[in-house]
Design a protein around this ligand. Structure first.
Ligand SMILES: Nc1nc2c(ncn2[C@@H]2O[C@H](COP(=O)(O)OP(=O)(O)OP(=O)(O)O)[C@@H](O)[C@H]2O)c(=O)[nH]1
Ligand SMILES: [Mg+2]
Length: 254
């Protein structure tokens, strides 16, 4: 069983990728299930096979603890961690190959609180991959793109498992912007030059430091452009998973 976690800033396309990659897997006759870990979500673009709302409900926590939505999300995140064993048991009943896990809109709940690490440890640390979704609207300037890569680096640092960066919604991105972002993803030196042109000199050292982190990140080369509308990039994501866990060998052919 391989666990793929969709993470990223609010609205980046996590739930849509869960739905789209699931559809793609089923079209290829790969065995995959979907898991919703967002206790506050009202509507999802897929019907989750396992749903954390079975154990934790944002509305109930708001009522029971007299909290607003943000405070309640924090309590919910801790409750999700407390239910990790139940979530695991329910998932493992499926005996599937790929478990596609949708995480809450607020990245910090999964990444900065203990929830993410607890769930990843409970499920399977060694067969897990983070799909860090970068929203193209937050990636069109060098500063924005570098900020997203830093967030991605922090996510990997916190959770401690392999990560691929995914550029989402490419069907609605201007062609020139798309080729610039993918070039930055492939070529950190180009990103560095463009960043330095735009960086005020007082931030020179900070920019240098961030670029040093990005150069060290193994993930920077693996920016996978995807569209959840056209299903572009789904095969590349699948190939990235195969390369990581199967040494390129297809799970289906084992
Ligand atoms: N055109 C286009 N729109 C997309 C794509 N992926 C997501 N969207 C749209 O972007 C919006 C947010 O998508 P979601 O999948 O809900 O994003 P999310 O990261 O799950 O959002 P939260 O869970 O609320 O943080 C929705 O209106 C989607 O329809 C895509 O590939 N192409
Ligand atoms: Mg979502």
């Amino acid at each position: 069983m391989i666990f793929l976690y969709m993470v990223g800033t609010a609205g980046a396309g996590k739930s849509s990728l869960t739905a789209a990659f699931h559809e793609w897997c089923l079209n290829q006759e790969f065995d995959a299930i979907t898991v919703n870990l967002d206790p506050g979500v009202v509507k999802l673009p897929y019907s989750p096979d396992v749903d954390v709302r079975e154990w934790v409900s944002l509305n109930e926590v708001m009522k029971d603890y007299n909290l607003g939505p943000n405070g309640a999300q924090v309590v919910c995140a801790d409750m999700v961690a407390l239910n990790a064993k139940e979530v695991e048991e329910r998932i493992k009943e499926f005996r599937t190959d790929y478990v596609l896990i949708d995480t809450p809109g607020q990245l910090e709940l999964f990444v900065f609180r203990s929830t993410g690490r607890v769930i990843v440890n409970q499920l399977d640390m060694n067969h897990s991959l983070l799909a860090f979704m970068i929203d193209p609207s937050l990636a069109t300037t060098p500063t924005n793109f570098v900020s997203q890569l830093m967030l991605s680096a922090i996510t990997q640092f916190r959770i401690g498992i392999p990560l691929v960066n995914i550029l989402s919604k490419i069907d609605i991105v201007d062609k020139d912007a798309l080729s610039m972002i993918t070039e930055w993803g492939k070529n950190p030196e180009k990103l560095y030059r463009d960043l330095m042109v735009k960086s005020p000199s007082m931030y020179y050292q900070l920019s240098e430091g961030m670029m040093a982190v990005i150069r060290e990140m193994e993930a920077h080369t693996a920016l996978i452009p995807t569209s959840n509308e056209t299903l572009e990039g789904m095969e590349d994501l699948y190939t990235a998973i195969q390369n990581l866990f199967m040494g390129g060998e297809d799970l289906e052919k084992e």
